[in-house]
Design a binder for this molecule. Structure first.
Ligand SMILES: [Fe+2]
Ligand SMILES: [Fe+2]
Length: 267
């Protein structure tokens, strides 16, 4: 994993080799969490596609392909995790409950789910282009997996922007503002999920390094990793200039709300 995402270097209680092991654990959870959070995108895109099934054929074709690509991404990320499990040497726990998260997202307004998707698509691009594409230190297969994810997500981000315009234009201004509140609630739920994964990572690191961390050492690892997880999966999306432009275009107060949330989570 690129250090900007992994955030292992500042942890003083780990040796260089242990930091590398934690970095690898994080690469595995990165793949898992994508397979995990993207679960809801397939039914969400299908619902948008079938809303106008006898209308614009290019729209229908693009959205069906979008959904199909997300199924492919989940399979690709799952295979990456399987490969990691066979090669890493000790077990690494991964958060369960994919369907429950998908249900929670699909239970929000259609605009909320689209905004969450857009945020994910923009941070996928930022992670790859700025931190992975030219990073020669990364495992070539890991970089390739993220390259193929990025290629599709770059297209999805454009389709999603069109869908957001379509859905937002049918909503009253108050409903659009509410979508931002719901988005930030989902962000908090994702933060809870990341906190669970972080505890599993600490256990996995103990197994892999045959160490028993003291409470103070665990606190140090937890602090650094909470910041790194939050930046990777939430803040880098909330702060993304293309995402904030989209929020600005459909709401009046949304930009200020997401700026404040990003600042609070980055602290
Ligand atoms: Fe995807
Ligand atoms: Fe996507």
């Amino acid at each position: 994993m690129p250090e900007r995402l992994a955030g292992v270097e500042p942890i003083t209680c780990l040796t260089a080799a242990e930091k590398r092991t934690l970095n690898q654990i994080r690469a595995n959870s990165y793949c898992h969490l994508f397979a995990f959070v993207e679960e809801y995108i397939v039914p969400m895109v299908m619902a948008n596609a079938t809303r106008d099934v006898f209308g614009d054929e290019t729209r229908l074709w693009s959205l069906l392909r979008f959904a199909e690509e997300e199924v492919k991404h989940q399979e690709m990320m799952r295979r990456a995790c399987d490969l990691f499990a066979t090669g890493f040497g000790s077990e690494c726990g991964l958060v369960p409950g994919r369907e429950a998260v998908a249900e929670a997202v699909l239970g929000t307004s259609p605009l909320t789910a689209l905004l969450l998707t857009s945020m994910i698509e923009w941070f996928v691009q930022l992670h790859f282009v700025e931190h992975m594409r030219d990073n020669q230190e990364l495992d070539p297969l890991f970089r390739d997996i993220l390259r193929y994810h990025w290629i599709d997500e770059a297209r999805h981000a454009k389709l999603d922007t069109l869908l957001i315009d379509e859905v937002a234009s049918s909503l009253a201004p108050t409903a659009r503002e509410t979508a931002i509140d719901e988005l930030l609630q989902l962000g908090m739920a994702i933060d809870g999920l990341l906190a669970q994964q972080l505890e599993l990572d600490i256990e996995a690191l103990e197994h892999a390094t045959s160490r028993n961390f003291t409470a103070a050492e665990k606190d140090e690892i937890r602090d650094a990793q909470r910041r790194a997880y939050r930046w990777t999966f939430i803040v880098s999306g909330l702060e993304h200039p293309r995402f904030t432009e989209i929020v600005d275009a459909v709401t009046l107060e949304g930009r200020d709300k997401i700026d404040a949330a990003a600042q609070a989570l980055a602290a």
